[in-house]
Design a binder for this molecule. Structure first.
Ligand SMILES: Nc1ncnc2c1ncn2[C@@H]1O[C@H](COP(=O)(O)OP(=O)(O)OP(=O)(O)O)[C@@H](O)[C@H]1O
Ligand SMILES: [Mg+2]
Length: 379
């Protein structure tokens, strides 16, 4: 195990890196962040920062020389940079795992090859591929194979004509067309795998999106026991098949018949896992630090019910003149845990922070979340 005081590296400077830094520092490690923006959420919390682009070969070499292990908080870090780092220090997750998660075509292939349930889909790389698309894929969602997030790079299409137009609007980049899933609920599962192959899985959480962005996470998910256990088993199978090392999140659809379909994976801690900070024995960020340090994995058990409310920049603009939300009133609520990411400027749809509402019973946590939404004027 790395001695406390050792330096851990993090590629990426967003809120996930910030919460990773807090957790790693609590265990006594020092954190060096590489971020193109020197004053982002993670850079503010880190012990030191290298301000450089993710593909800056010199900067990557400098990072590798200064840390004992490195992780990433940003999914679109070039896989080549992770490969360059892996030659210098333990790099978790590996470039190979990240590369699969970065490309929906590789991701779907991996799911199918490993017998993980996925909805109907087709790869579209050229106009010609559209001609052979079957009617069973409509209505569907066209997604760019790479670089999508928060529902960006997606278009709903009802028929081949709309598909053709949407593909043209994507400028002909490789895409995946997915049949629209009439899901009963969306859930996700966080899972951790250490370098020695040890695994741990957190409880299943239920996610509600608004406008393609996560709005609410409810834990435990209100799904059947069978479905809950199956989702956890699936996540464990997935990380083992991927030979993954690190924390990973699997996003799933629950179908009306109670079955599961994998939507996508994120090779890092996840927005839907922020509740683990207050509501689990070990948070997703502490686990990430433990894995980097080669420490034993922590217990993932839920200690109380939780509902996480995402705080987007929109709430700054709810009144005629942009203003700070009512933090005082929010902080007066017992059981409401506020996290703000230190972003200088609020913008609509920008993730500024989150509030985790905890209580012994889920009903109570849900009412508390309602109250939080009223105070922040979240529609
Ligand atoms: N095939 C589908 N059928 C029905 N709804 C879908 C489908 N694919 C995506 N969605 C909806 O759109 C949301 C965002 O899709 P997806 O997770 O693929 O995108 P993303 O841009 O990678 O999002 P994020 O990075 O925020 O997870 C999903 O959580 C779900 O609500
Ligand atoms: Mg998603």
């Amino acid at each position: 195990m790395l001695a406390p005081g050792s330096w851990l590296g993090c590629l990426g400077g967003g809120q996930l890196g910030r919460m990773f830094a807090h957790a790693a520092q609590a265990l006594g490690y020092r954190v060096l962040v590489l971020d193109p923006d020197g004053d982002g959420p993670a850079a503010q919390a880190a012990d030191d920062v290298i301000v450089a682009d993710y593909d800056d070969i010199g900067a990557i070499a400098a990072l590798g020389a200064r840390v004992s292990a490195v992780t990433t908080e940003f999914e679109n870090v070039p896989a080549q940079s992770l490969e360059q780092l892996a030659a210098l220090v333990p790099t978790r997750p590996s470039a190979a795992s990240v590369r699969i998660a970065q490309d929906r075509r590789l991701e779907k292939c991996f799911f199918v090859k490993n017998g993980l349930p996925v909805g109907e889909f087709a790869v579209i790389e050229s106009e010609a591929d559209i001609a052979s698309i079957g009617v069973h894929l409509f209505p569907g969602i066209l997604k760019t194979a790479a670089l999508g997030y928060d529902g960006k790079g997606q278009a709903r299409v009802a028929n081949p004509v709309e598909l053709r137009a949407a593909f043209a609007r994507m400028n002909g980049v490789p895409c995946v067309l997915e049949a629209l899933v009439a899901f009963e609920a969306e859930v996700s599962v966080l899972v951790a795998r250490a370098a020695n192959g040890d695994t741990r899985v957190w409880p299943v959480q239920e996610n509600q999106h608004v406008g393609g962005i996560l709005d609410l996470t409810i834990v435990p998910a209100r799904i059947s026991e069978t479905c809950f256990v199956e989702a956890q088993a699936l996540a464990l199978r997935l990380v083992t098949a991927l030979d993954y090392v690190g924390v990973l999140c699997v996003e799933l659809f629950v179908t009306p018949s109670g079955g599961l379909l994998v939507n996508e994976i994120a090779p890092r801690p996840h927005n839907s896992g922020h509740y683990t900070i207050e509501a689990c024995v070990t948070s997703q960020f502490e686990q990430q630090a433990r894995i980097l340090a080669n420490a034993p994995l922590g217990d993932c058990a839920l200690t109380q019910a939780a509902v996480m409310v995402n705080v987007l920049g929109d709430v700054w603009f709810e009144s005629a003149t942009p203003m700070q939300p009512a933090w005082r009133e929010l902080l007066a609520l017992p059981g409401a845990h506020l996290h703000l990411y230190g972003k200088a400027e609020a913008r609509p749809a920008r993730k500024m922070g989150h509030v985790t509402c905890t209580a012994p019973e889920l009903e109570e946590a849900l009412s508390l979340a309602e109250r939080v939404k009223q105070i922040l004027r979240i529609a």
